[in-house]
Design a protein around this ligand. Structure first.
Ligand SMILES: Nc1ncnc2c1ncn2[C@@H]1O[C@H](COP(=O)(O)OP(=O)(O)OP(=O)(O)O)[C@@H](O)[C@H]1O
Length: 523
């Protein structure tokens, strides 16, 4: 209460007057031990009633404040998240996993758990070990790009489901894009090898009916899907998820930004709800444990509400992998260096890009982001032409965009991962979640639309503790301003470097190259 506020000081004054009168009247009652004298003084009661209704010697009822307190305690997990230092690594043996899983992880080359895994794996295992119908503590995670969030949920899920007892999907993992779906599926497949667990990806490129038949026949334990495809199946088979134990929402802020087919409410209706048995032999059920991940997780309770994160009676865990919460919402990988590249004109941009790639030895394994499918195709061709004609180098460049056939896109990504393709030019389709080890640089040829997109794009490099660099082109003061605005709310180890790029756009060879591209586009 603000005592300087005239309204509040008036309330306080009236409260003190009333309390004073009540104290006087109670004292009188105790002194005389006379039943009549215990009644409050009629005059003073009238007086106090005209002021405010008093209820014993209690503070005056303050409904707003009570509600606010309750509200606050329900949101305590958001207000005071559990901070996890990025340096907090531990052997997988120490996290409560089965011997089978620890051996499997070692076989796959994972020795120690990354920070996010040391926090999330024990929290999930502990919640899942609770028997009975009590709701499980949900887990929400904000951890920087490339920090190992995928293993943080796939490992405990597989470990918990190892003793397969029910032929029904018990885990659903939602992801925003098909490339990410393929990647998560590969991680599950590597973890379940040698067990009787069966993961399945729901793919929108397949006929729905055929996939449904497969779903009924194979009874997968784990489903990996995009929300739209899952909704299609739930419409046909509303009981599909009745045995669900885990609901993972990866890249949650992105998915929550999509209201496609009202997926969150359809999914909420399809999940088991709390059923507390009245007698010991009665059936019970509890909602699946929600595991929610992103490098840019929203902490807006209003937005998270769609996921039905239970806050009572078990408060969720909100893990933030960062040394210092400060004011920053997001954190950059420690070994990422960032550069703002000032280029004078639009026409200089392609040449500046190729010069940057070649002169800074970035051309081996780089990702260039542009804003449209068309720009991806055009710039990929232009990089090839410029590198051949002006630098006498044969860079292998491939576009990756949403309009390409899925098989073709997969091929380019596979070749990029194996090193056959040096540079990919892509849209935001692969800005999130995609993990290609060894990417040396990310170049924002076109500016991303906002902070979140920036964080995810540049996070395709400097992953899993490795080094990498990010370069963002800006040709006007408006673009530079946008760049600096995007940096608000990001915490980083390395200072951003600003460089100027002057290239000769007047050379005849460059003009010829641009003309050739123009002709190719028109033909
Ligand atoms: N404990 C570990 N030891 C060694 N490598 C690991 C470990 N955990 C994960 N990795 C590797 O780190 C890389 C990044 O992991 P992952 O893709 O899960 O990151 P992420 O946090 O989900 O990133 P993003 O936010 O970009 O989706 C992967 O190549 C993965 O194999």
């Amino acid at each position: 209460m603000d005592l300087d506020d005239p309204a509040h000081s008036g309330i306080l004054k009236r409260f003190n007057q009333t309390r004073h009168r009540l104290e006087k009247s109670n004292k009188r009652a105790r002194t005389h031990e006379n039943e009549d004298s215990q009644l409050p003084d009629v005059n003073s009661e009238r007086e106090s009633a005209s002021v405010v209704r008093a209820e014993g010697i209690q503070p005056l009822p303050q409904p707003e404040q009570t509600r606010d307190k309750k509200h606050r305690s329900r949101l305590q997990w958001i207000v005071e998240p559990e901070m996890v230092s990025p340096s907090q690594t531990a052997p997988f043996e120490s996290l409560g996993l089965s011997d089978h899983m620890v051996t499997k992880l070692h076989d796959l080359g994972y020795e120690n758990a990354f920070a996010v895994q040391t926090a999330v794996i024990p929290a999930v295992l502990k919640a899942q070990s609770c028997l009975g119908p009590d709701p499980l503590a949900n887990v929400l995670v904000n951890s920087y790009t490339g920090s190992g969030k995928t293993l943080a949920y796939t490992v405990p899920i597989v470990d918990c489901l190892l003793n397969r007892r029910k032929p029904a999907p018990r885990a659903v993992v939602l992801v925003p894009t098909r490339p990410l779906l393929v990647q998560v599926m590969q991680v599950f497949e590597s973890l379940v090898k040698g067990t009787n667990l069966h993961p399945m990806a729901l793919r929108s490129e397949r006929p729905l009916q055929k996939e449904r038949e497969q779903l009924l026949k194979n009874t997968p334990d784990i489903l990996v899907a995009t929300p739209g495809r899952l909704v299609d199946h739930l419409t046909e088979s509303p009981d599909l998820l009745k045995q669900l134990r885990f609901l993972v929402v990866d890249e949650a802020d992105r998915l929550l930004g999509q209201s496609f087919q009202e997926w969150a409410s359809v999914l909420a209706k399809a999940c088991p709800v709390q059923i507390r048995p009245v007698a010991i032999n009665e059936p019970w059920a509890r909602p699946p444990q929600r595991l929610v991940f992103s490098a840019t997780l929203t902490r807006d309770p209003g937005k998270l509400e769609a996921l039905q994160i239970r806050t009572v009676p078990t408060a969720p865990h909100l893990f933030i992998v960062n040394d210092d919460i400060g004011d920053a919402e997001f954190v950059m990988p420690a070994k990422l260096t960032e550069n703002l590249v000032r280029v004078k004109t639009l026409i200089a941009k392609p040449l500046a890009l190729v010069t940057l790639l070649i002169e800074n030895s970035l051309s081996d394994h780089a990702i260039v982001f542009v804003r449209s499918n068309e720009a991806a195709a055009r710039l990929a061709r232009l990089i090839t032409l410029i590198s051949q004609n002006l630098f006498h180098k044969d860079l292998v460049v491939g576009p990756v965009s949403g309009e390409m056939p899925v098989a073709e896109r997969k091929r380019v990504l596979r070749q990029f991962a194996s090193g056959e393709v040096n540079v990919i030019v892509c849209t935001d389709l692969i800005a999130r979640g995609i993990d290609v080890p060894g990417v040396t640089a990310v170049i924002n040829y076109d500016l991303p639309v906002g902070t979140r997109e920036y964080v995810h794009r540049v996070g395709r490099t400097a992953r899993a503790g490795t080094s990498g660099s990010a370069w963002t082109f800006a040709i006007s003061s408006a673009e530079r301003q946008h760049y600096w605005v995007m940096q608000n709310g990001i915490t980083r180890t390395n200072k951003i470097e600003v460089s100027h790029f002057d290239v000769d756009t007047e050379s005849q060879t460059y003009k010829d190259v641009l003309e050739q591209l123009g002709k190719e586009v028109l033909s």
